[in-house]
Ligand binder design. Structure first.
Ligand SMILES: Nc1ncnc2c1ncn2[C@@H]1O[C@H](COP(=O)(O)OP(=O)(O)O)[C@@H](O)[C@H]1O
Ligand SMILES: [Mg+2]
Length: 293
């Protein structure tokens, strides 16, 4: 679905590369999370996928990006948007109309989706992100979190093969953020939508994504299945990435030689780990008791 061959990019007027020598391959149906400190190149990477680079940002561009087999340099942004839906970091910059339902309809009309189908998709996508009640509201008066949900609904309504989201939950509370991830999971599972999400909330990434990429200074420094990447606990901490508490706990247990299995990615799995250790301790204890008798 997505392939980067030795891609580097420097924004016009900047001497430093925003991303450097990126080689990347993402298959259909992957659900990829991207984390990293500010300035690491996460947004630049996303812009290279949806064609914002090189079509809107000028600069020095090296290598090639293939989306659905086509070089983005040789496609127009319109052509790329047939395959790639985008949710940008700043919802304001993305909104083009003044009423919520028009915002969803806009892209659909551009894609010549029939009127009856547009109606269906508006209802469905608003419902998916939990904002049916905002349908007829003006966009200007919405909160930041509501605007984020509108841009997510607009992107989802187009049912793209690939969806890229750049910090789409930055203004949502924990419950709202979780709801967005649940919606993405559904799209990923039901439609096989390929999803790439830049996100600061590691706990959500580790729970929902199948693959995690960590960026630092324009490069992808870790890339793999979530559990494998979370093993690099110390590196993540060094980058200022707050590991989920279940990962920190497991790390402590491993350091104390009490556990050497896979890293749990949610509280239920962590509970199983702790239970096993306690049961083991209990068995040892009773064995000791018995030997005394
Ligand atoms: N429009 C731009 N013009 C010039 N430099 C930019 C622009 N956008 C980002 N950069 C620079 O590119 C680097 C990577 O930025 P970015 O991709 O936005 O990182 P992240 O999303 O990880 O915070 C940073 O050094 C940033 O200052
Ligand atoms: Mg960014």
């Amino acid at each position: 679905m997505i392939r980067f061959n030795n891609v580097s990019f420097a924004y016009e007027g900047s001497e430093e590369l925003a991303v450097r020598n990126i080689n990347l391959h993402i298959d259909k149906g992957e659900f990829v999370g991207i984390i990293g400190p500010s300035g690491a190149g996460k947004s630049t990477l996303v812009s290279l996928i949806n064609g914002v680079i090189p079509h809107f940002h000028r600069g020095d561009y090296y290598g090639e990006v293939l989306v659905c087999g086509k070089d983005t340099l040789e496609s127009t942004c319109g052509e790329i948007s047939r395959h790639v839906g985008s949710v940008f970091q700043d919802p304001e910059a993305q909104m083009v109309t003044t009423v919520v339902e028009d915002e969803i309809a806009f892209g659909l009309e551009n894609f010549n989706v029939p009127a009856g189908e547009i109606e269906k998709r508006i209802t469905e996508s608003l419902k998916m992100v939990g904002i049916e009640h905002l349908r007829h509201r003006g966009t200007a008066a919405l909160s930041g979190g509501q605007k984020q949900r509108v841009t997510i609904a607009a992107a989802i309504a187009l049912r793209p093969e690939i969806l890229v989201l750049d910090e789409p939950t930055s203004e949502l509370d924990p419950q709202g953020s979780r709801q967005v991830f649940q919606t993405l999971k559904r799209l990923n599972q039901e439609y096989g939508m390929t999803i790439l999400i830049v996100e600061q909330k590691v706990m959500l990434l580790s729970e929902f994504c199948s693959r995690l990429m960590v960026m630092e200074k324009g490069q992808i420094i870790l890339d793999g299945p979530v559990r494998q990447v979370l093993e690099h606990h110390d590196k993540l901490l060094e980058l200022g990435i707050n590991c989920p508490r279940v990962v920190t706990l497991t790390k402590l247990l491993k350091d104390a030689s009490l556990y050497d299995g896979d890293i749990p990615v949610d509280v239920d799995e962590a509970e199983q780990v702790v239970r096993k250790i306690l049961e083991g301790a209990y068995d040892q204890h009773t064995a000791f008791d018995l030997s005394l008798r």
